[in-house]
Design a protein around this ligand. Sequence first.
Ligand code: IPM
Ligand code: MN
Length: 359
Amino acid sequence: MKFKIALLSGDGIGPEVTEQAVKALHAIGDLHGHTFEFEEAPVGALAIEQTGNPLPDATLEVCKNSDAVLFGAIGDPKYDNNPDAKVRPEQGLLKLRKELGLYTNIRPVKAYPTLIDKSPLKKDIIEGTDMVIYRELTGGIYFGEKKLSEDGTVASDLCEYSEAEIERIAHLAFKAARARKKKVTLVDKANVLESSRLWRRVVTTISKSYEDIDLDFLFVDNAAMQMILNPSQFDVILTENMFGDIISDEGSVIGGSIGLLASASVGDKSAMFEPIHGSYPQATGKDIANPIASILSAAMLLTHLGLHEEAGVVNKAVERALEKQIVTSDLYKESTYGTKSVGDYIAHAIVNIDEETAR
Ligand code: IPM
Ligand code: MN
């Protein structure tokens, strides 16, 4: 089969890590007789430099005309340190999510047995951790009305949700739980926020049509604590946009490196796949960034295209790299492998998965 993939590498280490994901996709394509055709398009700081716009219309068009989007990273210190910047790279990513209707962000968090000693948490705490965060991605405080008083001394951001916005992601979360450990935890702040109380009402109603799934609730402050105290209690975490942003970074600590965490952002028409990490500007061009999150995002892309066996092979190849310690220095300080050589090994392991697994 032939697939069109929009390649939005973005800023910082984005291009270096997506290059490895592209290699992995070509490798699995060769093996299974699929062709992946990549169309590159600018986004973020690069796009601002070229066009003044962090998401040029042409880039959006490329995404809309593709079977999926592979995204690298976004962000540049030049803008982070300038509170007066009118145009920011992040606006490109937010607009992309909104325009493509990517309302559900799926972030798996897993403790790999081979990396159990890499986590700052104790082994017996993280053992068995296998959760997935379903983060609402096109609503809430990220997209509510923003105001700044004329004299610049008062600012506000509105957190707004509608029933419909909650319903569509809730269905996806319950369906995901059905194929997993059959538990959904809604993370909110219903003791304080009206929008959270709406989430509880809507999710409780929907849960009635998923009687095989257990639903429980946690306030976000408690959830932040439970994620570190007892992460293996979780299966599917369902939450709104900003809470999901925060607890997914927290979740990345469990596995030992944020460089391992992949994500899928899906809507009714489009889907985009990206690491949860940022553009890591200090590492740009140094061949030290961990490409695994991008490669695992490519595996999620394969699953989305219905290529389940192929996704399984990519995941297995990544596991082999972890077992053989063919990884970047964020995981093993003494490692001499760089971004490219880890990507090369994983592409090789994909093609030779049987021999690599037997070894
Ligand atoms: C993420 C990032 C983005 C977000 C930023 C870059 C806008 O942190 O994907 O988690 O907050 O959603
Ligand atoms: Mn984030």
